[in-house]
Design a protein around this ligand. Structure first.
Ligand code: SF4
Ligand code: SF4
Length: 191
């Protein structure tokens, strides 16, 4: 048969020796490895009783931020979805109506916004792509679910609650924080 690559190797099936047929040396070697590990510090922890300390910029569960007045920052521009290598983000844009200024910061907003957590690889590119500081990855863990559909997180799970705000300043560079303080930019003015 014509090989597809030149990486294939010919495997020689050699006859086992008597010792090998008894499997005793292999079992002994295996037991020695187990025994050695009994005296080493365990690499695992008893989660959830024990929790590891996360890095300040750990990339976990996403949050869709609100501004200080409680309006959703996301303007449904789609840049996060385009930059997502796993194609995990989908959304539907809608136009803000009169009287909804307190709900949505911009004239266009995300009527639906979904992230498929089974697809997400927590790379953080959506966060980097967002021009409105609307999406951030946080140190919260994605909860376990039993059904595949339950891993598609909508706005009910993503949008920040005003009584449980999430501090993302540690994820922002000094240049971004300085920019946000500068009232010269209309983007920063409280509406
Ligand atoms: S963290 Fe990466 S993979 Fe996950 S939604 Fe954002 S861009 Fe996509
Ligand atoms: S989260 Fe940011 S990048 Fe994504 S649609 Fe909203 S404003 Fe655009």
């Amino acid at each position: 048969m014509q090989p597809l690559t030149n990486r294939s190797k010919v495997v020689v099936k050699k006859e086992m020796t008597l010792l090998e047929k008894m499997y005793l040396p292999a079992i002994f070697n295996g037991m020695m490895i187990t025994f050695k590990h009994m005296f080493k510090k365990s690499a695992t922890i008893r989660y959830p009783e024990q929790k590891r300390e996360f890095s300040e910029i750990y990339r976990g569960h996403h949050v869709l931020k609100r501004d200080d007045n409680g309006a959703e920052r996301c303007t449904a521009c789609g840049l996060c979805a385009v930059s997502c290598p796993a194609e995990a983000i989908t959304m539907q844009a809608a136009e803000r109506k009169e009287g909804e200024e307190k709900l949505y910061r911009e004239e266009k907003y995300a009527a639906t916004y979904e992230i498929n957590m089974l697809r997400c690889i927590f790379c953080g590119l959506c966060e980097e792509a967002c021009p409105k500081e609307a999406i951030f990855l946080t140190d919260r863990l994605v909860p376990t679910e039993f059904e595949r559909n339950d891993f598609v997180f909508g706005k009910d799970k993503l949008v920040e609650k005003m009584d449980d705000r999430i501090d993302v300043t540690k994820r922002q560079t000094q240049a971004v924080l300085d920019f946000k303080q500068n009232n010269k930019y209309s983007h920063n003015k409280l509406k």
